[in-house]
Design a protein around this ligand. Structure first.
Ligand code: 5RP
Length: 230
Protein backbone atom coordinates (compact mmCIF):
# COMPACT_ATOMS: atom_id res chain seq x y z
CA UNK A 1 0.00 0.00 0.00
CA UNK A 2 1.50 3.40 -0.89
CA UNK A 3 1.69 6.17 1.68
CA UNK A 4 -1.24 8.13 0.25
CA UNK A 5 -3.61 5.17 0.28
CA UNK A 6 -2.50 4.29 3.80
CA UNK A 7 -3.08 7.84 5.04
CA UNK A 8 -6.47 7.99 3.35
CA UNK A 9 -7.45 4.71 5.04
CA UNK A 10 -6.36 6.07 8.42
CA UNK A 11 -8.35 9.27 7.91
CA UNK A 12 -11.42 7.17 7.08
CA UNK A 13 -10.90 5.03 10.17
CA UNK A 14 -10.60 8.10 12.42
CA UNK A 15 -13.81 9.48 10.91
CA UNK A 16 -15.65 6.22 11.42
CA UNK A 17 -14.52 6.09 15.06
CA UNK A 18 -15.78 9.64 15.61
CA UNK A 19 -19.13 8.65 14.12
CA UNK A 20 -19.33 5.59 16.39
CA UNK A 21 -18.62 7.79 19.38
CA UNK A 22 -21.31 10.31 18.46
CA UNK A 23 -24.03 7.90 17.32
CA UNK A 24 -25.54 7.24 20.79
CA UNK A 25 -25.90 11.01 21.34
CA UNK A 26 -27.70 11.36 18.00
CA UNK A 27 -30.05 8.50 18.82
CA UNK A 28 -31.05 9.91 22.21
CA UNK A 29 -31.61 13.50 21.05
CA UNK A 30 -34.24 14.44 18.41
CA UNK A 31 -32.72 17.88 18.03
CA UNK A 32 -29.07 16.96 17.58
CA UNK A 33 -26.78 19.66 16.16
CA UNK A 34 -23.10 19.34 15.37
CA UNK A 35 -20.22 21.64 14.41
CA UNK A 36 -18.19 20.46 11.44
CA UNK A 37 -14.62 21.43 10.58
CA UNK A 38 -12.86 21.53 7.22
CA UNK A 39 -10.46 19.30 5.32
CA UNK A 40 -10.01 15.90 3.74
CA UNK A 41 -10.46 14.02 7.04
CA UNK A 42 -13.64 15.94 7.78
CA UNK A 43 -14.93 15.17 4.28
CA UNK A 44 -14.81 11.48 5.25
CA UNK A 45 -16.60 12.31 8.49
CA UNK A 46 -19.36 14.09 6.56
CA UNK A 47 -19.77 10.95 4.43
CA UNK A 48 -20.33 9.00 7.68
CA UNK A 49 -22.67 11.68 9.01
CA UNK A 50 -24.77 11.51 5.85
CA UNK A 51 -26.13 8.12 7.00
CA UNK A 52 -27.82 10.09 9.82
CA UNK A 53 -29.03 13.03 7.72
CA UNK A 54 -32.66 12.29 8.69
CA UNK A 55 -31.85 11.92 12.39
CA UNK A 56 -29.93 15.14 12.98
CA UNK A 57 -31.43 18.62 13.11
CA UNK A 58 -28.49 20.19 11.33
CA UNK A 59 -24.83 21.10 11.24
CA UNK A 60 -22.88 24.33 11.57
CA UNK A 61 -20.15 24.55 8.94
CA UNK A 62 -16.69 26.04 9.43
CA UNK A 63 -16.19 26.91 5.74
CA UNK A 64 -17.94 27.32 2.42
CA UNK A 65 -16.32 24.03 1.32
CA UNK A 66 -17.88 22.18 4.28
CA UNK A 67 -21.22 23.93 3.72
CA UNK A 68 -21.35 22.61 0.14
CA UNK A 69 -20.29 19.11 1.17
CA UNK A 70 -22.90 18.97 3.95
CA UNK A 71 -25.65 20.17 1.60
CA UNK A 72 -24.67 17.67 -1.09
CA UNK A 73 -24.94 14.92 1.54
CA UNK A 74 -28.47 16.01 2.47
CA UNK A 75 -27.49 17.51 5.84
CA UNK A 76 -29.19 20.75 6.79
CA UNK A 77 -26.75 23.62 7.30
CA UNK A 78 -27.56 25.86 10.27
CA UNK A 79 -26.16 29.36 10.79
CA UNK A 80 -24.11 29.79 13.96
CA UNK A 81 -26.11 32.89 14.91
CA UNK A 82 -29.27 30.80 15.19
CA UNK A 83 -27.96 28.57 18.00
CA UNK A 84 -26.46 28.98 21.48
CA UNK A 85 -24.13 26.07 21.69
CA UNK A 86 -23.16 22.73 20.18
CA UNK A 87 -22.50 19.48 22.01
CA UNK A 88 -19.69 18.49 19.63
CA UNK A 89 -17.34 20.02 17.09
CA UNK A 90 -15.45 17.55 14.88
CA UNK A 91 -12.38 18.62 12.93
CA UNK A 92 -8.97 17.51 11.74
CA UNK A 93 -5.64 19.20 12.44
CA UNK A 94 -2.31 19.79 10.77
CA UNK A 95 -0.48 18.99 14.01
CA UNK A 96 -1.57 18.03 17.51
CA UNK A 97 0.67 17.63 20.55
CA UNK A 98 0.30 15.59 23.72
CA UNK A 99 -1.50 18.42 25.53
CA UNK A 100 -4.00 18.47 22.63
CA UNK A 101 -2.90 21.92 21.42
CA UNK A 102 -3.06 22.07 17.65
CA UNK A 103 -1.90 23.86 14.55
CA UNK A 104 -4.79 24.25 12.13
CA UNK A 105 -5.47 26.22 9.00
CA UNK A 106 -3.68 24.22 6.33
CA UNK A 107 -6.95 24.49 4.42
CA UNK A 108 -7.27 28.18 5.28
CA UNK A 109 -10.48 27.83 7.30
CA UNK A 110 -8.91 28.58 10.69
CA UNK A 111 -11.01 31.61 11.64
CA UNK A 112 -14.39 30.00 11.20
CA UNK A 113 -13.02 26.79 12.71
CA UNK A 114 -12.02 28.72 15.81
CA UNK A 115 -15.39 30.47 15.99
CA UNK A 116 -17.53 27.35 15.58
CA UNK A 117 -15.39 25.22 17.90
CA UNK A 118 -15.59 27.92 20.59
CA UNK A 119 -19.29 27.26 21.15
CA UNK A 120 -18.92 23.47 21.38
CA UNK A 121 -18.87 21.52 24.65
CA UNK A 122 -16.39 19.02 23.20
CA UNK A 123 -13.84 19.46 20.41
CA UNK A 124 -13.18 16.07 18.83
CA UNK A 125 -9.98 16.05 16.79
CA UNK A 126 -9.75 13.30 14.17
CA UNK A 127 -6.30 12.60 12.75
CA UNK A 128 -4.03 9.96 11.33
CA UNK A 129 -0.86 9.29 13.30
CA UNK A 130 1.32 11.53 11.11
CA UNK A 131 -0.31 14.57 12.79
CA UNK A 132 0.77 13.71 16.35
CA UNK A 133 3.97 15.60 17.26
CA UNK A 134 6.13 16.18 20.32
CA UNK A 135 6.33 19.90 19.65
CA UNK A 136 4.16 22.04 17.37
CA UNK A 137 5.83 24.01 14.59
CA UNK A 138 7.20 21.73 11.89
CA UNK A 139 3.99 22.56 10.03
CA UNK A 140 4.07 26.28 9.15
CA UNK A 141 1.71 28.29 11.33
CA UNK A 142 -1.12 29.80 9.22
CA UNK A 143 -2.27 33.30 10.11
CA UNK A 144 -5.31 34.97 8.57
CA UNK A 145 -4.53 38.63 8.00
CA UNK A 146 -6.36 41.73 6.77
CA UNK A 147 -4.61 42.40 3.41
CA UNK A 148 -3.40 45.95 4.25
CA UNK A 149 -1.53 44.59 7.30
CA UNK A 150 0.54 41.92 5.54
CA UNK A 151 3.84 43.81 5.73
CA UNK A 152 3.49 45.15 9.27
CA UNK A 153 2.50 41.72 10.58
CA UNK A 154 5.26 40.00 8.58
CA UNK A 155 7.86 42.25 10.23
CA UNK A 156 6.59 41.31 13.69
CA UNK A 157 6.56 37.60 12.84
CA UNK A 158 10.12 37.82 11.52
CA UNK A 159 11.18 39.34 14.87
CA UNK A 160 9.68 36.27 16.54
CA UNK A 161 12.09 34.15 14.48
CA UNK A 162 9.66 33.03 11.80
CA UNK A 163 10.18 32.82 8.06
CA UNK A 164 7.12 34.38 6.50
CA UNK A 165 5.47 33.20 3.28
CA UNK A 166 2.32 34.78 1.87
CA UNK A 167 0.03 31.95 0.65
CA UNK A 168 0.03 32.46 -3.08
CA UNK A 169 -3.29 33.40 -4.68
CA UNK A 170 -5.32 32.30 -1.68
CA UNK A 171 -8.27 34.32 -0.35
CA UNK A 172 -10.15 33.08 2.71
CA UNK A 173 -13.94 32.73 2.96
CA UNK A 174 -13.76 36.04 4.87
CA UNK A 175 -11.96 37.87 2.06
CA UNK A 176 -8.55 37.96 3.74
CA UNK A 177 -5.11 36.46 3.03
CA UNK A 178 -3.03 33.82 4.79
CA UNK A 179 0.57 34.17 5.95
CA UNK A 180 2.29 30.82 6.63
CA UNK A 181 5.06 31.13 9.22
CA UNK A 182 7.89 28.60 8.96
CA UNK A 183 10.60 27.78 11.51
CA UNK A 184 8.79 29.13 14.58
CA UNK A 185 10.07 27.75 17.86
CA UNK A 186 6.84 27.17 19.76
CA UNK A 187 7.54 26.67 23.43
CA UNK A 188 4.49 28.21 25.09
CA UNK A 189 1.56 27.60 22.75
CA UNK A 190 -0.94 29.57 24.82
CA UNK A 191 1.18 32.74 25.14
CA UNK A 192 2.15 32.68 21.48
CA UNK A 193 -1.48 32.31 20.41
CA UNK A 194 -2.41 35.37 22.48
CA UNK A 195 0.65 37.37 21.39
CA UNK A 196 0.05 36.89 17.67
CA UNK A 197 -3.67 37.55 18.01
CA UNK A 198 -2.76 40.96 19.44
CA UNK A 199 -0.87 42.09 16.33
CA UNK A 200 -3.11 44.70 14.66
CA UNK A 201 -4.54 43.22 11.48
CA UNK A 202 -4.41 39.58 12.56
CA UNK A 203 -7.83 38.01 12.24
CA UNK A 204 -6.84 34.64 13.72
CA UNK A 205 -3.76 32.51 14.04
CA UNK A 206 -3.76 28.75 13.60
CA UNK A 207 -2.65 27.90 17.12
CA UNK A 208 -5.52 26.23 18.93
CA UNK A 209 -4.25 26.27 22.52
CA UNK A 210 -6.81 28.44 24.31
CA UNK A 211 -9.54 26.23 22.89
CA UNK A 212 -7.72 22.97 22.36
CA UNK A 213 -9.14 19.52 21.61
CA UNK A 214 -11.01 17.64 24.34
CA UNK A 215 -10.98 14.26 22.64
CA UNK A 216 -8.35 12.93 20.24
CA UNK A 217 -9.22 10.17 17.82
CA UNK A 218 -5.91 8.89 16.51
CA UNK A 219 -5.79 6.36 13.69
CA UNK A 220 -2.60 4.33 13.34
CA UNK A 221 -1.63 1.05 11.67
CA UNK A 222 -2.02 -0.65 15.06
CA UNK A 223 -5.62 0.58 15.44
CA UNK A 224 -7.69 3.59 16.43
CA UNK A 225 -7.39 5.17 19.88
CA UNK A 226 -9.92 7.53 21.47
CA UNK A 227 -8.15 9.59 24.12
CA UNK A 228 -9.82 12.09 26.48
CA UNK A 229 -7.77 15.11 27.54
CA UNK A 230 -6.64 14.74 31.15
C1 5RP B 1 -8.31 23.38 7.63
C2 5RP B 1 -7.71 22.61 8.73
C3 5RP B 1 -7.69 21.12 8.61
O1 5RP B 1 -8.26 20.58 9.75
C4 5RP B 1 -6.29 20.64 8.51
O2 5RP B 1 -5.65 21.31 7.46
C5 5RP B 1 -6.21 19.13 8.30
O3 5RP B 1 -6.65 18.81 7.02
P1 5RP B 1 -6.71 17.34 6.46
O4 5RP B 1 -7.79 16.63 7.22
O5 5RP B 1 -7.04 17.52 5.00
O6 5RP B 1 -5.37 16.69 6.67
O7 5RP B 1 -7.27 23.14 9.72
O8 5RP B 1 -8.23 24.76 7.83
Amino acid sequence: MNIDTRQINLKQEASRAAMNFITPYILENNNFLIGVGTGSTVDFFIDELSCFSCSIAGAVASSDRTKSKLSSCGIKVIELNSIDHLPFYVDGADEIDESFCMIKGGGGALTREKIVSSVADKFICIVDESKLVNRLGSFPLPIEVIPMAVNSISRRLTLLGGKVVLRDGFITDNGNVIIDVHNLYIQDQLSLEKEINNFPGVVTNGLFAINRADILILAADEGVQLIHRY
